[in-house]
Design a protein around this ligand. Structure first.
Ligand SMILES: Nc1ncnc2c1ncn2[C@@H]1O[C@H](COP(=O)(O)OP(=O)(O)OP(=O)(O)O)[C@@H](O)[C@H]1O
Length: 496
């Protein structure tokens, strides 16, 4: 079956075949379909083994099942399980058990059991078989690791996308000998095609982001599920009908809601450094902080922003320093946002108008002035009881989720900032990570409304997938940072 199918159809297909391959492009509802499938199977009285290669992939589905009120047992060490799922953790639920019968009864009672593929050596599996095994992100699971859970069930469903992250195989020799081959790829290619279904209608990305994914990876096959999604833009509560002043051009462009896709060319102004954990780039940290701080000041919530970097060293640097750099940005830079409607009346800007019409809720700010230098908190708006304080912005900055591409697979955010890190132009020093088109595909397709890629274009062009990215972007989508008004000017009062 090669035509687009709805998740609901796939659920039915999965129930009637011995095995099913659900091949779904990014945002096409694979996770939603898995959740629906588990719910239907439980209602039918079937037992389900739910698994994936990584803990984050398993927990991604479980959080959705929890929200639907479905009960399950999560196997695995407590420290590796998402804190919101500790109430379902085997280690905690069985800690007070005193005899084997009690334990056996408990394990037999759970219709849904979830674990990573490598943890099916748990004692529960020596006593129990399942009606159906579902493997999420199956294109990422090494063949031997996938086989073990499949043998624990009568039927199986593999869900994934071969264009997203493959199994991690470090050895070039092992890769060349086929270790990256997965059960998913074998059956997708050579299995019974009646058991393979494709999801191509995506519900996540605004059209410009989807078009990018189509141009780089999906060859035009990814489609928007609705007209509303075609035109969807980031909503900046304090930006509408206002004019932002006091920001450098690149930053003003970066936060514009109409600018759904942007490549910020650091043009050599942000250099990579080697550290004990690998390669990092403090310039890109500053640029990220300036964008995050501005978005937060314009009303985006921290939980709606995701920062991705391919290198662990950069992820750690961002995790450790983003809030501090956000503070540096706010205290170093005067930002003024004036209401354009009232600008003429106020002969310029920054005059508060107590009788401003805010009844339609579209003119949130009559006066916003960052005056932290004077020790006054940053912004004031007439239609909200609470001003956006520096404190609030910093609190929100702690909610920004920063992670590697691998950890972001299966997830999404309204805004994604992708820090490419590398700035070296010596091909001999170019690493492998940025060469992986599937890794780039995952990073780009996590964004729902705004995608900002930060990198040195000269360096990026050394890597085939990123070279493709540069070539498919329009002129207006690549902004070169100006030497005079670059990221350094945003932090003029603090040390960089
Ligand atoms: N049928 C639907 N109607 C409306 N929204 C949907 C539907 N299916 C999925 N979505 C929404 O689309 C987004 C992407 O869904 P989901 O995470 O399930 O996609 P996915 O195929 O697993 O993506 P990825 O492969 O990138 O992880 C989510 O925000 C989800 O709520």
């Amino acid at each position: 079956m090669t035509t687009p199918s709805s998740g609901a159809t796939l659920v039915l297909v999965s129930i009637y075949h011995d095995y099913t391959i659900i091949r779904g492009y990014p945002g096409t509802g694979k996770s939603v379909s898995v959740v629906a499938l588990v719910q239907v199977l439980v209602l039918m009285g079937k037992s389900v083994l739910l698994t994936a290669y990584t803990h984050s992939a398993v927990d991604n589905i479980l959080l959705k099942l929890k929200a639907k009120g479905v009960d399950f047992l999560r196997l695995g060490r407590r420290s590796r399980i998402h804190p919101e799922l500790h109430g379902y953790a085997d280690e905690i639920l069985t800690s007070s058990f005193t005899d084997v019968t009690q334990l056996a009864d408990f394990y037999a009672s759970k219709a849904v059991v979830a674990t990573t593929c490598l943890a099916v050596n748990h004692v529960l599996f020596s006593k129990r078989r399942f009606d159906v095994c579902i493997v999420d992100e199956a294109a990422q699971v090494l063949l031997p690791a996938c086989t073990a859970p499949l043998l624990c069930a009568d039927k199986f469903v593999l869900v994934g996308d071969s264009q997203q992250l493959p199994p991690v195989v470090q050895s070039t020799q092992a890769r060349s000998m086929g270790l990256t081959e997965t059960v998913f790829s074998i059956l997708e290619r050579g299995g019974n095609q009646d058991c393979c279904s494709s999801l191509t209608l995506q519900y996540r990305m605004a059209a410009p982001i989807m078009r990018l994914a189509n141009a780089i990876t999906y060859n035009g096959q990814l489609q928007c599920a609705s007209d509303a999604l075609q035109d969807a833009r980031l909503h900046l509560p304090y930006f509408q009908e206002t004019k932002v002043t006091g920001l450098p051009d690149w930053l003003r462009t970066a936060v514009q809601p109409e600018q759904s896709v942007l490549l910020l060319d650091t043009a050599g102004s942000a250099c990579e450094q080697e550290c004990s954990l690998g390669i990092q780039n403090t310039g890109e940290l500053h640029i990220t902080a300036a964008i995050v701080a501005t978005l937060l000041q314009l009303g985006v919530l921290g939980v709606d922003i995701g920062v991705i970097a391919p290198y662990r060293a950069q992820v750690r640097l961002l995790q450790e320093s983003l809030t501090q750099k956000t503070r540096d940005f706010i205290t170093s830079r005067q930002i003024e946002i004036t209401d354009q409607k009232n600008e003429d009346k106020n002969s310029g800007h920054l005059l508060a108008s107590d009788d401003a019409d805010t009844s339609d809720g579209t003119v949130p700010y009559n006066e916003i002035k960052n005056s932290c230098r004077d020790g006054v908190d940053s912004v004031k708006r007439v239609d909200c009881k609470e001003p956006i304080t520096t404190q609030k912005v910093l609190e929100e900055s702690k909610k920004v989720e920063i992670n590697t591409v691998d950890q972001y697979q299966g997830r999404d955010k309204l805004v994604i900032i992708y820090s490419c890190v590398r700035s070296c132009t010596d091909p001999k020093k170019a690493g492998e990570l940025l060469r992986d088109e599937r890794r780039l595909n995952v990073a780009l397709t996590r964004a729902q409304r705004k995608l900002i890629v930060i990198g040195n274009v000269k360096t990026l062009m050394m890597y085939e997938p990123l070279d493709k990215l540069v070539s498919v972007l329009g002129e207006e989508q690549i902004i070169k940072m100006d030497a005079q008004d670059g990221w350094q000017s945003c932090f003029s009062k603090s040390s960089s």
